[in-house]
Design a protein around this ligand. Structure first.
Ligand code: GLN
Length: 487
């Protein structure tokens, strides 16, 4: 087995036993990047090999001295390009931030470094996180390592593809309506959207602040739990982080699923779901039942309004958050305007891509005088109803399961001209963001055309340990991530 094929847990143990060094893992990561990047384009920026190797050598020396090491010491990690990194270009895949080099690290990046992780580069994404296919990147799409003609999902498609292809062991993504889980599902890896408030958003380039959470991507559940453990917890720089102790997220991984009750909402297994995906997911559910979980049917009556509510709330917040890109303080500026209003208009017209402009216009409309009540406030009321559906359900069950997406990875170009069709890719993921609950996508097999299928597990707020426990049972019962055949 080559080093780039290892999972996080295998790499962790290999490092601990001295079978290889951090330097070897970094060399393997860069060799793999050289070999597969021309095919998949998962990265927007890759750091200098020598620079990262020097950091790896420091970890190896610390280990040799017997120093206490962080839980991610020597592990190569990729960071989505909407998370700021000091001295390393950060664009959110937008022309409007082309050439922007942040003067500070996001809290999650500082915590990665504290844990000993080695940041290898910044990954491609849909511009500002707006999309489900990575086709909305201003710098060209990422391709799915399972089939190069297919999308990796989005918006954290670069992070998911980089992990699936073995370029890095772990990656950070961000999830506003499914952007970690859907690409993880499409690329056959594990992806987590933590409880809202579990992870600091300081230094995350905001899309929709009441929905955004940064989350881990890994080939194995253990890696996702370790990475979340490293970045989670209260942060004085983000007032929405919860003042809650972060439990040891690895502690319950081996407990199995005996005694847990799983809710299966009828609304998630209805119209629009591919029969192939449905049967793969239901097979995985059968495995969990054989392992001792109890499954009960459930109804969450307001789920059907999730997409409508999400796209109003998210776009309204985006229209406000993106007002700061005016060409004056940083990033791209159009130089050929006659006055300052012309400069704003030209900068924003040329700097933002088509989907971002669509979202800003939709969001501005939904907030405008006379429409605010009809759209934005109504969407917020629907959001509250969805959250109370979850609250009621979690009085009865430990977890709620569904497919991560209605279909497996679609072809590049297939949905790009049909925004509504694209938005429906998020039909099962937006609810966790609207309700603020944590959710994971774990690989549960492949469907008939040989593409991976994601199994989504949602639990009550701050119950990530139960989520990881079930995901780990699923991983062991069903077989976990496999090597993508596309490379
Ligand atoms: N695909 C969804 C959107 O376009 C979700 C994106 C995300 O989670 N960042 O808004």
């Amino acid at each position: 087995m080559e080093l780039h094929e290892l999972t996080f847990s295998e790499a962790r143990r290999g490092l601990d036993r001295g079978e290889f060094a951090a330097r070897d893992l970094i060399e393997a990561a860069f060799d793999r990047i050289d070999a597969v990047e021309p095919k998949i384009s998962a990265f927007l920026t890759v750091r200098e090999r020598g620079e990262v190797l020097a950091e790896a050598d420091e970890i190896d020396r610390a280990r040799a001295r017997g120093d206490a090491l962080g839980c991610l010491a020597g592990i190569p990690v990729a960071v989505k390009d909407n998370i700021v990194t000091r001295g390393l270009a950060t664009t959110a895949a937008s022309r409007i931030l082309e050439g922007f080099v942040p003067p500070y690290d996001a809290t999650v990046v500082a915590r990665l470094r504290r844990a000993g992780a080695l940041v290898v580069g910044k990954t491609n994404m849909d511009e500002f996180g707006m999309g489900s296919s990575n086709e909305n990147s201003a710098f060209g799409p990422t391709r799915n390592p399972w089939d190069l003609d297919r999308v990796p999902g989005g918006s954290s498609g670069g992070s998911a593809a980089a992990v699936a292809a073995g370029e890095v062991l772990l990656a950070l993504g961000s999830d506003t309506g499914g952007s970690v889980r859907q690409p993880a599902g499409f690329c056959g890896v594990v992806g987590v959207k933590p409880t809202y408030g579990r992870v600091s958003r300081y230094g995350l380039i905001a899309f929709a602040s009441s929905l955004d959470q940064i989350g881990p991507i890994s080939k194995d559940v253990e890696g996702a739990a370790a990475l979340l453990g490293a970045i989670a917890g209260e942060d004085p720089r983000d007032a929405t982080t919860a003042a809650k102790e972060v439990p040891d997220l690895l502690a319950d991984l081996d407990l199995g699923c005996e005694g847990l009750t799983i809710g299966v909402p009828e609304e998630y297994f209805a119209e629009g779901l591919s029969a192939d995906v449905a049967s793969t997911v239901l097979d995985a559910l059968d495995v969990l039942k054989e392992l001792g979980a109890r499954a009960v049917p459930l109804s969450l009556p307001h789920l059907a309004y999730g997409i409508a509510s999400y796209y109003i709330v998210a776009d309204a917040e985006a229209s406000s958050n993106l007002a700061r890109y005016d060409g004056m303080k940083y990033g791209y500026r159009s130089e050929d305007a006659a006055d300052i209003f012309g400069a704003y208009a030209r900068t924003r017209s040329a700097g933002f891509g088509a989907e971002v402009r669509r979202r800003i216009m939709l969001g501005t409309y939904a907030l405008s005088a006379g429409y605010r009540e009809a759209y934005y406030l109504k969407a917020q009321r629907v959001r509250a109803l969805i959250a109370s559906d979850f609250d009621r359900a979690f009085d009865e069950v430990d977890a709620i399961v569904s497919p991560t997406s209605p279909t497996a990875a679609f072809r590049i170009g297939e949905r790009i001209d049909d925004p509504l069709e694209m938005y429906l890719s998020d039909a099962y993921t937006v609810h966790a963001n609207l309700a603020g609950v944590p959710a994971i996508s774990v690989p549960c097999g492949v469907c008939n055309d040989g593409l991976p299928v994601g199994f989504q597990i949602m639990v009550d707020r701050f119950r990530e340990s139960t989520m990881f426990r079930l995901a780990s049972a699923c991983e062991r019962g069903v077989g976990g991530a496999r090597r993508p055949p596309g490379l």
